[in-house]
Design a protein around this ligand. Structure first.
Ligand code: CMX
Ligand code: CO
Length: 149
């Protein structure tokens, strides 16, 4: 079951400058950052709040590591801005199959590696009224998908 907004993905040209904007303007701090080579991103997770199911909501700031990545291509076309939304679930396998059965294109046959050992998949934006939609399940034992390290 999809229980929360896990994060909103925001594409940016300069991760450090964007992190600094969120810190200086709102006081938000980075909880976790990493490079995900498969996705072609350098990313920083900014925690916004906890939720009643033990998870949390984040902004996922994304800087491309290569021009031909999903975020690199999107930035070249659109400039900076909101790139995707991610719903949190405790069972991304079941939920992505259920969505697939409803005729929505799920981009990966099996969920792939996401932030902090989470498992992620994406739904095609053209089947979701223009919104690239991610489904994410936290790593086992993690209270939230993106516990700081
Ligand atoms: N939001 C809404 N629409 C989008 C979009 C986005 N983020 N990205 C692409 N589109 C639209 C394009 O505007 C285009 O529409 P038009 O044909 O009307 O112009 C159409 O989808 C095809 O776009 P494209 O530029 O040709 O790009 P591709 O088809 O090569 O790739 C997609 C699109 C969604 C398949 C690809 O971005 C993808 O695989 N995304 C999933 C992976 C990802 O985004 N990883 C980064 C985040 C990692 C993380 O969250 O951890
Ligand atoms: Co994401």
């Amino acid at each position: 079951m999809l229980t929360r907004i896990d994060h909103i993905g925001i594409a940016c040209f300069d991760l450090d400058a964007t992190v600094e904007f969120y810190r200086a303007t709102y006081g938000f701090e980075v909880e976790h950052s990493e490079v995900n080579e498969e996705q072609g991103v350098r990313e920083a997770m900014i925690r916004i709040s906890g939720t009643d199911d033990g998870g949390a909501s984040y902004l996922q700031l994304l800087e491309p590591t290569r021009e031909d990545s999903a975020v690199g291509k999107w930035l070249a076309k659109n400039g900076e801005g909101v790139h995707h939304i991610a719903f949190g679930t405790d069972d991304v396998d079941t939920d992505s199959e259920a969505v697939r059965d409803k005729g929505v294109r799920v981009l990966y046959k099996e969920p792939r590696h996401g932030t902090s050992g989470s498992r992620i998949t994406f739904l095609h934006p053209k089947d979701c009224h223009g919104v690239l939609t991610e489904l994410v399940t936290s790593a086992p034992g993690a209270p939230a998908a993106h516990d700081g390290e």
